[in-house]
Design a protein around this ligand. Sequence first.
Ligand code: HEC
Length: 144
Amino acid sequence: MIVAFAAAVALPVSMAGMEGTGQVTTLASPVTGNAVNGKKLYYDHACYSCHGFNGETGARTFVPNWPANLATERSFLAFLRGRANVAPVQPSTSMPNYSVASLSDAQARDIYAYIRTFKSSPPPLEKIQAMDQILAAAKKPYKP
Ligand code: HEC
């Protein structure tokens, strides 16, 4: 319900990143926060523990396919505050509620600026040598 609300206010999404799947891989909406400060906040408020160090792993991933909740600064703030106002009564999810008391709007914008620096950069499968060795070894019969 919260996600749907945030998606509804997330309008200016770049079409440049739209691919066959319909998922957004590029965002062009304005960023006004300070990414350096945002990085510190991303760690201090434990975002990394559930969303990974670059948004590529964890409870919900942010890249390579940006969720609508991150399409704009406004949609991100709406998502964050929507949770804070609605969820505390009976939290049905595991993300903490970051109210203005624990994370100001300016701080949230800084975190948003940092998240927007995230890029998905996994190496191509064929470049992972250990993987080749593991696959080659797996083809050999097991002889204890
Ligand atoms: C304890 C784990 C946890 C922590 C800490 C956490 N999150 Fe989340 N986050 C989640 C989960 C689970 C969801 C899925 C939706 C929900 O819970 O409402 C989520 C969803 C999100 C989404 C929406 C993703 C989507 O697909 O729409 C964003 C954006 C987000 N988190 C950002 C943050 C930021 C920024 C912080 C730190 C200020 C943070 N999260 C801290 C667990 C966490």
